[in-house]
Structure formats: structure tokens, C-alpha cells
Design a protein around this ligand. Sequence first.
Ligand SMILES: Cc1cc2nc3c(=O)[nH]c(=O)nc-3n(C[C@H](O)[C@H](O)[C@H](O)COP(=O)(O)OP(=O)(O)OC[C@H]3O[C@@H](n4cnc5c(N)ncnc54)[C@H](O)[C@@H]3O)c2cc1C
Length: 498
Amino acid sequence: MDFDHKKGNNKRLIIIGAGLGGLASAIRMQAAGYDVLLLEKTNQIGGKASVFKINNHIFDAGPTAITVPHLIQELFDLNNENMNDYLELIPIEPYFRIYFHDRSYFNYSTVEENLAQIAKISPDDVQGYKKMMKSIEPIFQKGFLELSDKPFKSFFSMLKIGPPLLKLGAYRSVYSYVSKYIKDEKLRMVFTYHPLLIGGNPFKITSIYMLIQAVEKEWGVWFVKGGTNSLVREFGNLFTRLGGKIILNCEVGEIIVSDKSVVEGVTTTDGKYYESSIIISNAPVATTYMNMIKEKYRKKNSNKRYTNATYGMSVFMIYFGTDCKYPNLYIHNILLGPRYKGLLNDIFNKKQLSEKGDFSAYLYIPTRIDPSLAPREGESCYILVPVPNQDSGIDWHIKKKQFRDHIIGFLEKNYMPGLQKHIKAEKIMTPEDFESLHSDYKGAVFSLAPTFLQSAYFRPHSKSEDIKGLYLVGAGTHPGGGIPGVISSAKLTSNLIL
Ligand SMILES: Cc1cc2nc3c(=O)[nH]c(=O)nc-3n(C[C@H](O)[C@H](O)[C@H](O)COP(=O)(O)OP(=O)(O)OC[C@H]3O[C@@H](n4cnc5c(N)ncnc54)[C@H](O)[C@@H]3O)c2cc1C
């Protein structure tokens, strides 16, 4: 299908950015009869979920844990297809292994498994955990099942759900919510680290995000054979089977808006013009408004709004392939440092790297269950270390090597003997790299922080309040980051257009 530029064809649509939110919207709109043109800045689709290969080690750049598989099936349904014909989803149990600083660990898993472990560590917390899991059922019902793919069009819509959310304890932080039920400090860490997976501080973000634990309880945690990039590839294939068109290495420079504040099309940084009266931007929301649209058209979405907003943390990533196996480690390992609140305070509030040199991390080793991702006898791994976003002022060109050596040294000493000499492939991504590769404002890879005042109606709207014909999708819009979040946001945005 060629995307012609004739005027008057209102069944055409441009999507800026091929992250998972952009891809899911592209599939939905193409299936609904639109001619969709997907423009992606980089040389591949997937955004945060892109992939790369070094010395036959295959690395997923970002998301690894798949939850809510039926949201994926819903997209295949649009073409009367079964996702199992294209993807092999493997259930993961335990969901995560959480190592404490003393290297003892908790296998975070089903409620029954968790209860058995809690009984050994802190018997007094058994009843509290049961009560907590019961108490989050209505949060899951309201926050996920009812509201995750519904728009908040007016302040009135927020007023309507405000009282029930407050009744559910939405004014509390995740940490405060868990602490009400669980007394043991180690267990409090186990049941509060989830917000970090979407860039939020457990001591700040609203307890509505306890729904993540309910989501895992309901549908489990999955791995896609071949890595998350298989999911991205199949989303791309589904979109092109439906007749959609993707142009890579195509960065949108400006969204062209008429004097009546209506979108007309986009220009790319290499000087091309594509006309369309409907545009969905999957590029980071702050970048979309501040870099692509002249400020005179933006009353609600002013530069002030986005420079003053609170952004989530960033990440320092080391992707590394080894020529030996580490069978004692698991696919999903959370490595907790000696401090919890203090470390998070450094990252989120003081916006600095820990002066004490401690850190917490997520160590991902997909080759523990899918050896096809590395040469024989090797592993492909990444370690994700939460760090402040670019408000920190850290010059990563200077800091990168020292920080990398510190992390690899720590892994070698504590978890992966002889690591340095076994590394045969390596790549580092700093907050600066994410900022330049995917245009993440402030290098905040999870976009705006999921605080109460930046959620639901208060999050940037999926349908622009300022510009007719402009829609947004992805982590910076409702319901927020994570694969289920951005796929739900695509449903919401598409329904608004349709
Ligand atoms: C390291 C890491 C690990 C994660 N792990 C998990 C996990 O295990 N499970 C989970 O559910 N979630 C996880 N997440 C979160 C999840 O990956 C993201 O929330 C989600 O993928 C974001 O999707 P998005 O649709 O918002 O788009 P993005 O992935 O942000 O993609 C936006 C796209 O727009 C493109 N773009 C930007 N500007 C332009 C322009 N001007 N013109 C054209 N294109 C442009 C970018 O290049 C990019 O491809 C993780 C995130 C990271 C960074």
C-alpha cells in the first residue's frame, strides 16, 4: 500500500513512533479501515522494546516480563488470528527472585508460594499478607478492569471516581499501604518494589499501583520465546498483513497545525511532508508538545506544564554476553542493596548517585530458559540500575566507565564469579543515550512519574485539548507505562478516534 498525499481522504492517519503503544494503535486503526502510515525515528520498530545482537548474543533492550497476555490476543483478534500461531508464551514461576543484601532470597510468586515463604521469615505477617491481597481486589477491579482503557475527558469524570479511589486508600503511597499490613522490613521491600518497574518511587506513588500485584496474581508472568523482540516483530508483521506501512529512520520534526489549531500533517527532519488530518503521537509526550508543535497553539500543554512536571527515574543499562553459564541465577533477579528508602531518596529526590556507592538492580538472564539467545555455553544478560533522570546534571560521558566497572565488579564479587574475563559482548545505555535515541525528555525512560496528581484526568490527555486531530498514546498518557499500560492506552486512543 502506498500512502498517497491526496487531500480529502479522511480515512488516513499518521502515527509518530513505533513503540508498543504506537504499534498497537497502528494495528487497531488499520484493522478499523484506515490507511495507517507509521513513522519511526530509529532503524527498527519496538521503541524501548527494541533488540540488538552482538557476537551472536541477542539482547532485548527493555521490557522482559509480560503480564496480561489476553491484551496481546485482542490485537490478533482484530485480524481473526490466534496469537499462539505466531508467539510462544511461556509461564514464569516464580515471577521474580528477590535477593536481599545478605544474599538470602525470596521467590516472589503465587499467593500460596508467597505465604509459605512468609511463614518462615515472619510468621506474624501471614495474616497481614492475606488481608492485603484481599484488600487490593477492589483496587484491581476499579483501577485495572474498569478504568485502564477508559478516557478521563473532563474534571467531572475525575470527581466521579475520586471518592471511591480515596476510599480505597489512593492517598497513601505504595510503601505506606503495604506497611499497614506487613511489619517485617525485608518483606516490605518484597511487596513494594513493583512501582520501580514503571519508574515510580514506592514511597511516593499512589497505592492504586498495588493493582500490579493483583494483575500478576490473576494472570501470572510470562516470557515470550525468542525474547520480547519476538512480540514486537509479530506486532509489526500483523500490522503489515493488515496493509499498514512503516517507514524507519524517519524522524518527525514538526506537526503542522493550521491557524484554526487543526493538524494538517507532519514534516520530517530530512525534509519530507506527509499530510493527514489525524495524527497519533507515540513519541514521548513532553517531546511531542515542546519540540514538535509551536507553543502559540498550546494553551493547556504549554512548555511550563512539561518543564514543571515530575518525571520518573532513568536507568543505567549494561547488556553483556558471557562464554560461560551461571546456573545458580534465575531469569528475573532483583538485587537489593543495603539501603532502601535512603537509596530511593538519592535517586528520586536528591537526584544523585549514591555517595556510598550502593545500588539496587534488576538482573535479567533470559538464556536461563531460552538458550537460543546466546552461543552454546554462554548467557545473554542485562543489568538495569535505577539512576536519577537527567535533572541530576551527571555527565555520563565522564561517569560511565567508572560506574560500569563498579557494577560489574559487584556482580563478579557477589553473584557471577569470574565475570569480567567471561564477558564476550557488551553495550551500555545511559540516560543520555535514551534521551538521544528515543527522544525521552530528561532521559526519563518511563515518562511522567505515576503520582496521584499525574494520573487519570491529571495525566496528559489521549486526545489533545489544544489541537484538533491530534491524539497521543504510550507511557506518558493514561493509564501509564509498562506493556499492559501502553497497549491499553492504544485501545483507549483508537476508541476515541473511532
Ligand atoms: C529497561 C526497561 C525495562 C522495562 N521492563 C519492563 C517489563 O519488564 N515489563 C513491562 O511491562 N514494561 C517494562 N518497561 C516499560 C515499557 O517498556 C514501556 O513502558 C513501553 O515499552 C513504552 O512504550 P511506548 O508505547 O510508550 O513507546 P516507546 O517505547 O517510548 O517508543 C516511542 C517511539 O517513538 C519514537 N520516536 C520518538 N520521537 C520520534 C520522532 N520525532 N519521530 C518518529 N519517531 C519518534 C522512538 O524512537 C520510539 O521508537 C521497561 C522499560 C525499560 C526502559
